[in-house]
Write a protein that binds this ligand. Structure first.
Ligand code: 2HG
Ligand code: ZN
Length: 462
């Protein structure tokens, strides 16, 4: 380890684990986007909040940019280190620190893996209801940094709703305890919520106090086949009126074919163009009858042409696999990803408009539509046609995203619903946030990160 900056880090934090072997640099320098070539200076593995304080103070002195790093399952390049940054991996700060049965909160270190947190909540007869397909790898710190959403937002909201307290190290190197688990706290600016969704540009989350929910009711899962895109939001209305929905997800046959190609099984004999997954609470027989009534109503109206309902947990998991397996099944193709949102009420008009736009923009590309349609959130993955150079592909996708961003602006939507802005979406931030808003964001950043060392190059347009 010859870099003098690393020697100076070692001298201030002698016990800190630092790695700079090529395999570690490669592994920790990238996230799931796989578009940038990893090139960090080194990886630091703090074990306690004071190590993070020491790292930030050192980085300020040395002018080294820090990239906070969790499970690196992000899809916007927020955790990429491609410019000699020090990656601060929270991997060794992954403990569940405590459970408070009166407040119904769980105190965790930022590197705790989401699934471990969910299991810890379950072991106390409660639930941490935020959930995504990447639950086995993503960490709470990363979830907080992106205000991650996922498949249960419809019922439980985004990560933000579940944060009762945060301990963070700001870009100034100060350790702040924000909100300390209080339910009510009307004492000025709620800095905790500034950190949620800040994508590592203001500081590093080191600990969180998470709210827990009562155990979920028993649920059933239905997979419905739809004849037309226009039916999706209508089916949503039919089911929402009659049932307590836990999730309402959408995907196309193109998506289904990819997941089936990866080993999942298609429960239908026939091909249908569109599908939705509906998960709903079934407390009693009345709940089951309501579900049947909703299904029959949708069939009579011609909105649904076929459907299956889970009879066991294993069947529910099989249905969910068809939706949750999409990202993994597409990953080898390294798709260009869009993660957009509009108000649920604006969805039908927005969908009608972008179908034409994407059809023209990608005449001969495979475009995979899916997402959390009940939250107004759509994932549009574009696959590179064989023989097309990567640069030309990205260039085309960026042109289309600019047009998409204009349509989103007209519909009051967002260019990033739940994946963050990172590197991928920063050119389009101005379509979603006004110039004045971005200026306020920059001002806040100057206060909390005066030297611009926190995840520099992410979120803000160049
Ligand atoms: C999902 O909803 C994730 O499955 C990933 O947010 C979306 O791969 C994507 O575009
Ligand atoms: Zn998603």
């Amino acid at each position: 380890m010859t870099d003098p900056r690393l020697e100076s880090l070692r001298s201030v934090l002698p016990g800190l684990q630092l790695e700079c072997g090529p395999a570690e640099l490669e592994h920790f320098g990238r996230d799931w986007t796989r578009r940038w070539t990893p090139a960090p200076l080194a990886i630091a593995f703090p074990r306690q909040a004071q190590d993070v304080v020491g790292i930030v103070q050192w980085a300020r002195r040395e002018g080294v940019v820090l990239v906070p790093s969790g499970g690196r399952t992000g899809l916007s390049g927020g955790a990429v280190a491609a410019n000699g940054e020090l990656v601060v991996s929270l991997e060794r700060m992954n403990r569940i620190l405590g459970f408070d049965p009166v407040d119904r909160t769980l105190q965790v270190q930022a590197g705790a893996v989401l699934q471990v947190v969910q299991e810890a909540a379950r072991s106390h007869g409660l639930a941490y209801p935020v959930d995504f397909g990447s639950r086995g790898s993503c960490t709470i710190g990363g979830n907080i940094a992106t205000n991650a959403g996922g498949i249960r937002v419809l019922r439980h909201g985004n990560t933000r709703e579940w944060i009762a307290g945060l301990t963070v190290v700001t870009g100034r190197g100060e350790l702040l305890e924000l909100n300390r688990g209080l339910v009510k706290n009307s004492s000025g600016y709620d800095l905790r919520h500034l950190l949620v969704g800040s994508e590592g540009t203001l500081g590093i989350v080191v600990e969180a106090t998470l709210k827990l929910a009562p155990s979920p009711p028993p649920t059933n899962v239905m997979l419905l086949a739809l004849p037309a895109f226009e039916a999706v939001m209508e089916v949503f209305s039919v089911f929402r009126e009659r049932l307590q929905l836990e999730a309402f997800e959408f995907f196309t046959d193109v998506a289904l074919r990819h997941v089936v190609g990866h080993g999942a099984s298609d429960p239908f004999d026939q091909v249908h163009p569109y599908y939705v997954v509906v998960e709903f609470a079934v407390a009693d027989e009345a709940g089951e009858a309501a579900a049947m009534a909703a299904f029959e109503r949708a069939m009579e109206a011609g909105l649904v042409v076929d459907g299956v309902v889970s009879q066991s947990d294993a069947q529910a998991a099989q249905i969910w696999q068809l939706r949750e397996g999409i990202t993994e099944s597409l990953a080898p193709r390294r798709p260009y990803k869009n993660d957009v949102s509009v108000r649920v009420g604006a969805m039908p008009a927005f969908l009608a408009e972008i179908q034409g736009l994407l059809g023209e923009g990608y005449p001969d590309f495979e475009v995979v539509w899916f997402g959390h349609i009940g939250d107004g959130n759509l994932h549009i993955n574009v696959l590179r046609p064989e023989g097309m150079a990567e640069q030309a592909f990205i260039g085309r996708c960026e042109q289309v995203t600019r047009l998409l961003s204009d349509v989103l602006a007209r519909h009051g939507g967002s260019i990033s619903a739940e994946h963050g802005i990172g590197l991928v979406k920063k050119p389009y931030l101005q379509g979603t946030r006004s110039v004045a808003e971005i200026e306020v964001m920059r001002g806040i950043r100057r206060v909390l990160d005066p030297d611009g060392i926190m995840n520099r190059g992410k979120v803000f347009p160049d």
